[in-house]
Design a protein around this ligand. Structure first.
Ligand SMILES: CC(C)(COP(=O)(O)OP(=O)(O)OC[C@H]1O[C@@H](n2cnc3c(N)ncnc32)[C@H](O)[C@@H]1OP(=O)(O)O)[C@@H](O)C(=O)NCCC(=O)NCCS
Length: 219
């Protein structure tokens, strides 16, 4: 995967590249994690070089980054699994092997998203959507059934004393509330198919995630 396109930052088009990442990108990728997942998000959930090495060695087609002005501005990582091995009530740790993807199964049916993040100063410029679009293209290219992943719901924390996670998600789906991640995923064409409790240690989301799917339209 390698493509050049424009992202629109502060109303100004800026040339960007979406490509697979390699070992020379690891430091930049960890810097993005640091900027994207500040406390209270647990620091030990940021990528380590060991995890990134596994992504590149096991499934480089699922290891994507975005670059602009000679620096990395975002990344998205996935692995292939057979969803029947995990079931609807899965956790991030189980499906992604805690981010190491040693369970990557080239014969699986689902491209599962381990992570997507974009530098704060490049948000709402279309970078996340282009990364997602590129991963959809990978799903089609590999003839997989779907892309699936658990979307954080960081806006939930502010409503946790008034709404159940299910009610909060319904409000986001109906448009009554907006969530920084779930609304983004809906804008990317992902469909909510379930809600996982105890998905990932994530105080803002109260450890919940919306499982969201994109089906290969050619299958
Ligand atoms: C979620 C994230 C990847 C979105 O990336 P991004 O590059 O800002 O998203 P884009 O600019 O491509 O936005 C795509 C669409 O989603 C919408 N969107 C993006 N962020 C949004 C927000 N906070 N609230 C509402 N809508 C949002 C955009 O308006 C855009 O809509 P459009 O298609 O009508 O133009 C980014 O905010 C991020 O890195 N967050 C922190 C890390 C994180 O929590 N990742 C999710 C792990 S599950």
């Amino acid at each position: 995967m390698h493509k050049t396109l424009y992202v629109i930052k502060d109303d100004k088009p800026e040339k960007a590249i979406i490509r697979t990442y390699g070992p020379h990108d690891f430091t930049g990728l960890i810097d993005i994690q640091r900027a994207c997942f500040p406390p209270p998000f647990p620091e030990e959930l940021w990528w380590s070089k060991e995890q990134l090495g596994e992504h590149v060695d096991r499934f480089q087609a699922g290891a994507l980054c975005a670059e602009a002005g000679g620096r990395l501005i975002g990344s998205m990582t996935g692995l292939i699994v057979n969803m029947s091995d995990y079931g609807a009530k899965h956790s991030w740790e189980a499906v992604t092997d805690n981010g190491y993807i040693r369970n990557h199964n080239p014969d699986g049916d689902t491209l599962y998203v381990v992570d997507i993040c974009v530098l704060p100063e490049y948000r709402k410029s279309g970078v996340g959507k282009w990364l997602m679009q590129s991963m959809y293209e990978t799903v089609v290219q590999l003839g997989l059934e779907r892309l699936l992943g658990g979307g954080r719901m960081p806006g939930y924390g502010a409503y946790a004393d008034q709404l159940s996670p299910e009610e909060y998600v319904q409000h986001v789906i109906s448009g009554k509330l907006k969530d920084p991640v779930v609304t983004f995923l809906m804008r990317c064409g992902r469909m909510p198919v379930g809600l996982a409790h105890d998905y990932l240690e994530d105080e803002q989301s109260r450890n919940c995630a919306v499982i969201m799917e994109w089906k290969n339209p050619f299958k």
